[in-house]
Design a protein around this ligand. Structure first.
Ligand code: ADP
Ligand code: MG
Length: 199
């Protein structure tokens, strides 16, 4: 049984009279302990999907089976328990803090590295939203190395959202998302060690 099994999942947002289709008819499966890279341009629906996998949001339609349990059917309290027991996050600091000085950038970088280390210790599911977005090249690589090790050395399942297509090579699976839809799913029998990836 796949650790993650997303079935025809859609998420729409209603703002006033405007409907935004952030995720439309999304389906894919992920094996436990694998690394998945979700690639797509800004606005494609990547963060929406990640938030749903992490139990921070619920879909409008469809099923999201995690370890055989449909988290789409969970209420707020059940989702909180799910998050606490199973999920680690590496957040997209980039969007939260757009104007950093060089020094703040360095501090943030070490904080994120630490964050990734903490998070990489245990969770069954590690969700990373643009984990290298705010980081310099070297630190970004370190964070991804920690993440890759977590998947290799433990049974942690890792999902990395990025618009950097070079990072896709580290994935056992690459899911391309565009305009709320899954565009393609590729399986990679020989993911590239991070040390050999450059961007
Ligand atoms: P990405 O992470 O790929 O940049 P998002 O998942 O953040 O994309 O957003 C996908 C679409 O859904 C965008 O058009 C965005 O404006 C919209 N969206 C995301 N969250 C909300 C929300 N809470 N309310 C209304 N629209 C939203
Ligand atoms: Mg995003």
């Amino acid at each position: 049984m796949a650790y993650i099994d997303v079935r025809q999942m859609s998420r729409m947002f209603l703002t006033g009279t405007q409907v935004t289709h952030a995720n439309t008819d999304i389906s894919f499966k992920v094996e436990q302990g694998s690394v998945v890279v979700i690639l797509g341009p800004s606005g494609a629906g990547k963060s929406t999907l990640l938030n749903i996998l992490g139990g921070m949001d619920s879909p409008s339609e469809g099923e999201v089976l995690i370890d055989g349990v449909d988290i789409a059917k969970m209420n707020a309290r059940q989702l909180t328990t799910y998050r606490r027991q199973s999920v680690g996050f590496v957040f997209q600091f980039y969007n939260l803090v757009p104007n950093l000085t060089a020094r703040e950038n360095v501090e943030l970088a070490s904080q994120i590295t630490k964050n990734a280390r903490d998070v990489a210790k245990n969770p069954k599911l590690l969700l990373c939203d643009e984990p290298t977005g705010a980081l310099d090249y070297k630190t970004g690589k370190q964070v991804l190395q920690v993440i890759q090790n977590a998947a290799k050395e433990t049974e942690t399942t890792v999902i990395i959202v990025t618009h950097n297509s070079a990072i896709a090579k580290m994935g056992d699976q690459v899911i391309r998302i565009n305009d709320a839809h899954v565009q393609s799913i590729e399986h990679n029998a020989h993911p590239t060690p991070l040390a050999e990836i450059e961007w």
